[in-house]
Design a protein around this ligand. Structure first.
Ligand SMILES: Cc1ncc(COP(=O)(O)O)c(C=O)c1O
Length: 407
């Protein structure tokens, strides 16, 4: 089973006729196969909903992964609506509102605490509601791991409590032990890491903090959430998840032997699980030559897929679904918007696109639909189409229709 989505010209055409263009397509078999590979991590595996909050994706992952990482009340409610239990959810984010914290505490959702202020707010809230809040301390280690192309630790950060404040956080945990049930630590080192060595460096830094918390402050972490950030690049390079699993296992074995603690690992992956399971498909509606550049114009672009423009990182590869064997040519591929930012490929090589062809942006299952300014210029919303290998995915009984608004 391939662990990236591929579509034959006939299948792409059939989907385009059925759903109109542009559309996103997600292959749930590919997603399940990637989850199967990620099981090599031998850890509690959470899915980071922000990567793709499509309801059918969330339903398909029930029973496949162990829980979800949510980042808002909206994501929390989507998760519950898809049948996830509150105790399977972990809630992180630097701007949780009093309402969000109250809902999390009332429902028994684990909260990743991002600051000393939030720790105090949560303790007060739990006391008021006579509930014990399950928490992990999200930390911002002083080490920045450069292997994460989008590194999120090491500097000043809205995410997590600075390592230097560990003594204050430990004192607050002890003070509020009656209302705060301390589960362990959480460190999300950043995004787009494709190096097992880089992952190991981040794990080592987090384990150091876990050990320090015990040695210096007497607090034992039951679990440590090592975050997400497993990379998938456009050129096919991705983090070797099986090798990462071996590295993690060896490090945990050493840690357990040295400390006598039965520490459990948690990971919360988004992009790695879902990006290769999706394509964004648009039709060529026009072409033009201008001062030596040959433009191919699609019926969708930045409005549906901000990440495909290179504004957030490297551009994603484009493929010609309709005629993959056509002679390769150089084209600049643009969307229909009135801004030069709407460029999906600048002088890229691809099988010659003709008006009417279907082109696709690969690795579009993550940070696509929900990460884009969908209403800009009032173009129709793209459909989100679910397939499972060569079958159209049947809708589960009672599930709402697959309208874009419902996903
Ligand atoms: C706290 C947290 N966990 C997990 C993720 C998922 O990251 P990725 O999709 O790179 O695996 C993110 C992404 O921003 C995050 O902020």
């Amino acid at each position: 089973m391939s662990t990236r989505l591929e579509l034959s010209p006939e299948r792409a055409q059939a989907l385009a006729e059925r759903h109109g263009t542009p559309f996103y397509v997600y292959d749930l078999d590919v997603l399940r196969a990637r989850v199967g590979r990620a099981r090599a991590l031998n850890a509690t595996l959470l899915y980071a909903v922000k990567a793709n909050p499509n309801l059918e994706v969330l339903r398909a992952l029930r029973g496949a992964v162990d829980g979800l990482d949510v980042a808002s009340l909206g994501e929390l409610e989507r998760a519950l609506a898809c049948g996830w239990a509150p105790e399977q959810l972990s809630f992180a984010g630097p701007g949780k509102t009093p309402l969000e914290l109250a809902e999390a505490v009332a429902r028994g959702v684990l909260v990743s605490v991002e600051s000393l202020r939030e720790l105090e707010d949560l303790a007060a809230l739990a006391a008021t509601h006579s509930r014990r809040a399950r928490i992990r301390l999200r930390l911002n280690p002083s080490l920045r791991v450069q292997a994460y192309r989008v590194a999120m630790t090491g500097g000043p950060s809205p995410f997590g409590i600075d390592e230097e404040e560990l003594p204050l956080a430990a004192a607050a945990l002890r003070r509020h032990a009656q209302v705060l049930d301390f589960d362990g630590l959480h460190v999300h080192p950043g995004g787009q890491c494709t190096s097992v060595g880089g992952f190991g460096t981040a794990v080592a830094a987090t384990l150091d903090l876990t050990e320090r918390l015990h040695r210096e402050h007497g607090l034992v972490a039951r679990r440590v959430n090592f975050g997400g950030g497993f990379g998938v690049l456009g050129d096919g390079q991705e983090l070797d998840v099986e090798a990462a699993g071996q590295r993690l296992e060896a490090m945990l074995t050493r840690y357990r032997a040295a400390t006598g603690q039965a520490l459990e690992a948690v990971l919360e992956l988004g992009r790695w699980l879902v990006a290769p399971a999706g394509l964004y498909v648009a039709r060529v509606v026009s072409e033009k030559r201008s001062r030596g550049t040959h433009f191919t114009v699609l019926d969708g672009g930045l409005n549906h897929h901000l990440g495909a423009t290179g504004l957030l990182g490297p551009r994603l590869p484009l493929i010609n679904l309709s005629r993959p064997a056509a002679p390769r040519v150089t084209r600049s591929v643009v969307g229909p918007l009135c801004t030069p930012l709407d460029t999906l490929g600048l002088d890229v090589e691809l099988p010659e696109p003709r008006v009417g062809d279907l082109l696709a942006v690969v690795n579009s299952g993550a940070y696509g639909y929900s990460f884009s300014p969908l209403h800009f210029l009032g173009h129709a919303l793209p459909a989100e189409v679910l397939i499972a290998g060569d079958r159209d995915e049947p809708r589960p009984p009672g599930a709402p229709p697959r309208s874009p608004a419902a996903s």
